[in-house]
Design a binder for this molecule. Structure first.
Ligand SMILES: [Zn+2]
Length: 242
C-alpha cells in the first residue's frame, strides 16, 4: 500500500497524502486499492481496503463524503454528507477525497490548524469550489497567507481533452489547443481561484502526477470501468507521529 505525500505539511504536524492503486484486495478491473462503493466492486472489498488504508496511516477514522460534483463543503461531524469538500480542526481523522482523474485538493490553515479536502472535476471547478473553500476558511477567521495547498494526482492539461461545449465555459487562458484539439487545464482553473482569493502562489503545489499517464493511479478516462483512489489530509494527534 503506497502513497505520494506532500511533506511540506509535516512541519505543521499534519499529513497530506494520496494513495496509489496498489496493496488492496479488489480484483480486476478495480485492482486493487479501490475506495468506491459506486463502481461495481464488492462492498466487502471496499470496506477492507478502507480499513487497511486506515491502519497503514494510523488514524482513528477515514472520513469520506458522497461526491456530487457540487461546490458544497461541510464540516466533519462523523456523518455521511452529499458534498465535495470536508474540513475539520479535529486531530486523528483523515479527510478523504475519492479520485480517478478529477482533482483532489488539500488545504490547511497552518496557524488556526484547520484542514480541508475538496474534489474538483470540471463541474466543481466551473462552480468555483476552490474559491468557496477559501471563503469558508476566511469565515473561520483564516488569513489566506497562512493557507498551504496541495493538488494531488489528476488528469493533466495535456491529456484532458474536451469538446467545444465545455471549452466555452472556461476562460481561454485555461484551454490548451493542439492540432485542432482542445484540452482543459483544471489545475490552472483552481490555482487561479485560490490566488485570487489571496493565497500566495508559492503556497500552492501541484504534485504533477497525471492519473491518465501514470498507471499507478486509477483513471476513468483511460480505463472507463475502474476503481477510485483516495487522498487527503489529517492533523496529527498531539502525542503521536511527531
Ligand atoms: Zn497527462
Amino acid at each position: 500500500m503506497g502513497f505520494v505525500e506532500d511533506k511540506r505539511f509535516l512541519e505543521f504536524k499534519a499529513r497530506c497524502l494520496f494513495f496509489d492503486r496498489f496493496g488492496g484486495v479488489s480484483p480486476y478491473p478495480f485492482d486493487s486499492l479501490n475506495f468506491s462503493f459506486a463502481v461495481g466492486d464488492k462492498k466487502e472489498n471496499v470496506l477492507k481496503n478502507i480499513e487497511n488504508a486506515r491502519k497503514s496511516i494510523n488514524v482513528t477514522k477515514m472520513a469520506f463524503i458522497n461526491q456530487i460534483h457540487s461546490k458544497d463543503i461541510v464540516e466533519f461531524d462523523g456523518k455521511n454528507h452529499d458534498a465535495d469538500g470536508i474540513f475539520t480542526d479535529k486531530a486523528g481523522v483523515f479527510l478523504a477525497i475519492r479520485f480517478a482523474d478529477c482533482l483532489p485538493i488539500v488545504l490547511m490553515d497552518t496557524r488556526k490548524r484547520i484542514v480541508m479536502a475538496i474534489h474538483a472535476g470540471w463541474r466543481g471547478s466551473y462552480l468555483g469550489i476552490s474559491k468557496n473553500a477559501v471563503d469558508i476558511l476566511k469565515q473561520r477567521g483564516s488569513n489566506p497567507e497562512d493557507i498551504i495547498v496541495s493538488i494531488g494526482p489528476h488528469i493533466c492539461r495535456n491529456c484532458y481533452e474536451i469538446k467545444d461545449d465545455l471549452a466555452c465555459k472556461f476562460s481561454e487562458e485555461f484551454i490548451n489547443k493542439k492540432n485542432g484539439r482542445l484540452f482543459l487545464d483544471l489545475s490552472a482553473v483552481n490555482i487561479k481561484q485560490l490566488t485570487q482569493s489571496g493565497i500566495p502562489n508559492e503556497n500552492i503545489v501541484d504534485l504533477g502526477i497525471c492519473t491518465f499517464e501514470n498507471s499507478d493511479f486509477f483513471s476513468y478516462r483511460r480505463d472507463k470501468i475502474c476503481g477510485r483512489g483516495a487522498g487527503g489530509i489529517m492533523l496529527f494527534n498531539s502525542n503521536s507521529q511527531e
